[in-house]
Ligand binder design. Structure first.
Ligand SMILES: NC(=O)c1ccc[n+]([C@@H]2O[C@H](COP(=O)([O-])OP(=O)(O)OC[C@H]3O[C@@H](n4cnc5c(N)ncnc54)[C@H](OP(=O)(O)O)[C@@H]3O)[C@@H](O)[C@H]2O)c1
Length: 293
């Protein structure tokens, strides 16, 4: 697994301990703490990628690594392209050469976000941001390589780990008396632990070879960032006064999608997945965190 130090990577690592039938090798561009068991692998290094896949005898590559700074990509598309396209090509070519199966994670940002019904896998992508362009280009490299693969597009990812909206709102609603949060961008919050579980289900499917292609995966249900923030505030028992505002009040160089909802019918049918509602997953994640603290 690549990107093992990120949000999704760390959730997958947590789940992996319940799967002793598989041998997992975790890698990232940098080592974690002393107990982290992370191999250093820069996926931008084509030779290192091929050598790692061969030396580990990997039958599956799960790519959780990415350049995920959406604003940063607008200023430095070249760097984003190196990680989200060229490095993905390295993984795809290594998979093709060795016969490994590649699971890759992509994003709702491949769509412009101006629809009013959920995006399907068959809808034509048309990214409105540098991040979206580089992620779409990564998908295209995989398809062009001819390697065995599944591409999972997700959105609004959060986790116990790393920086994300849930953790930011937990802090802000504790520290501030009032907040304004946009209500004119809607999507489906996705707990990275749920996505990690879905990846393990896909990998356990004996017919996965006949089910290759692109799939959409997010939490069930739809909300705005405002609804999401209000729910986090309430579940944390905080009393911040949150009011809705429009996107124009937060000027940004990136045009963020107003509508990020993905249709998940295909993945549910193909792999028999039952996807939790975003509110149930959020409740579970926050109560687990309370137990940990
Ligand atoms: N976050 C979201 O809301 C969201 C939404 C839709 C889709 N996605 C997609 O979901 C996937 C997982 O996202 P995430 O939020 O878990 O990402 P993340 O937390 O940013 O983790 C990505 C990991 O990849 C590492 N990495 C970066 N460049 C690398 C390289 N050249 N070689 C090896 N590792 C490298 C990062 O290291 P550094 O931290 O040191 O850079 C980080 O540990 C990504 O494909 C992302 O595009 C995310």
């Amino acid at each position: 697994m690549t990107g093992a130090g990120g949000q999704l990577g760390r959730e997958l690592r947590t789940l992996s301990s319940a799967h002793p039938e598989h041998e997992f090798i975790f890698s990232d561009i940098a080592a974690g703490g002393p107990d982290d068991r992370i191999e250093i692998l820069d996926i931008c290094d084509a030779a290192a990628v091929l050598s790692a896949v061969k030396s580990y005898g990997a039958d599956t590559i799960v790519n959780c690594a990415a350049y995920t700074n959406v604003d940063g990509a607008e200023d430095d598309e070249e760097t984003a392209d190196r990680v989200n396209r060229l490095a993905v090509r390295n993984l795809a070519l290594a998979a093709k050469e060795t016969g490994a199966f590649l699971v890759h994670v992509s994003t709702d940002y491949v769509f412009p976000g101006n629809a009013c019904t959920p995006y399907r896998e068959t809808d034509t992508p048309s990214p409105a941001s540098a991040y979206g362009r580089t992620k779409l280009a990564g998908e295209q490299e995989i398809t062009a390589s001819g390697c065995r693969h599944v591409i999972l597009r997700t959105a609004w990812l959060y986790s116990h780990y790393g920086k994300n909206f849930v953790k930011t709102m937990q802090r802000l609603t504790r520290e501030k008396e009032c907040l304004r949060v946009v209500y004119d961008q809607v999507g489906s919050p996705t707990y990275a632990g749920d996505l990690a579980r879905a990846i393990l289900t896909i990998l356990a499917d004996p017919d996965v070879d006949s089910k290759q292609g692109i799939y959409h995966y997010t939490g069930e249900g739809v909300c705005s960032w405002y609804d999401f923030a209000v729910t986090i505030n309430a579940l944390c028992g905080h009393h911040c006064d949150i009011s809705p505002c429009r996107s124009e009040e937060w000027p940004s160089k990136v045009q963020r999608p107003h509508y990020s909802v993905l249709d998940k019918s295909r993945i549910k049918t193909a792999f028999g997945l039952r996807i939790p509602h975003w509110m149930d997953s959020l409740t579970g994640m926050l109560s687990e965190q309370k137990t940990i603290q």
